[in-house]
Design a protein. Sequence first.
Length: 261
Amino acid sequence: MISNSHHYFILSFSPWPLISSMNSFNLLLSLLIFLKFNSFICFSLNILNIIVSSFIWWMIYSDEFNLEGKNSFNLDLGLKFSMILFISSEIFFFFSFFWSYFHFFLSPNMEIGLNWPSNMVEAFDCLNVPLINTLVLLSSGMTVTMSHHFLINGKFKLSSFYLMITIFLGVIFTILQLMEYFSSFFSISDSTFGTSFFMLTGFHGIHVLIGTIFLFTTFMKMFSIISSKNDWLSFELASWYWHFVDVVWIFLYFLLYYLNS
């Protein structure tokens, strides 16, 4: 039942938030299993579960707004503020890993010859795959901005075209990142550099995957029968998140690749 005494609607029961939370917890467990027993299948299945549950949850959320008309101006402001808080929490999340990285970068241990990275670790060439990934991700930031611009001006075909390019670039980035992992000469357990490298780039890769799902959900909404101003809001929130991912990668490229190349 919807109350008329406030500007928000009472959420109906949905199992998808609980399912998504359980999948996120299982992802961490599968990551530990992967690191301990080198079982990539369990980790891959949990990533697939997160993709499917997140996509279904966002589509149901879209139907509540577009088909049932449960959105309002105050709710839009609340969603924007929630996204700002979420991105702020993500900034502090990455800040903690950058802090750890600088701790080892500025004061390497004597056991590794006071070198960073150690002589046993062969760092990646910053002008190879990392540079390509940087160009890919920065290009995707440009295309998502153009797509948002065309969406606001009512040019849905051009908007969907540039959004499709953005999603494609996000997938290309993920594939190149996985190829780099499999071709790496060091692992997450090889010195503090290996741990810092895979933790930072790994969590960033997960954020790229989440952002790609977010953009793909927005892309699917463009072809729905009913569209509303909330389509613009969801696109705006997705573009905020995508630009945040771009900025984090610029720091990662400079600190992990350029300085250690």
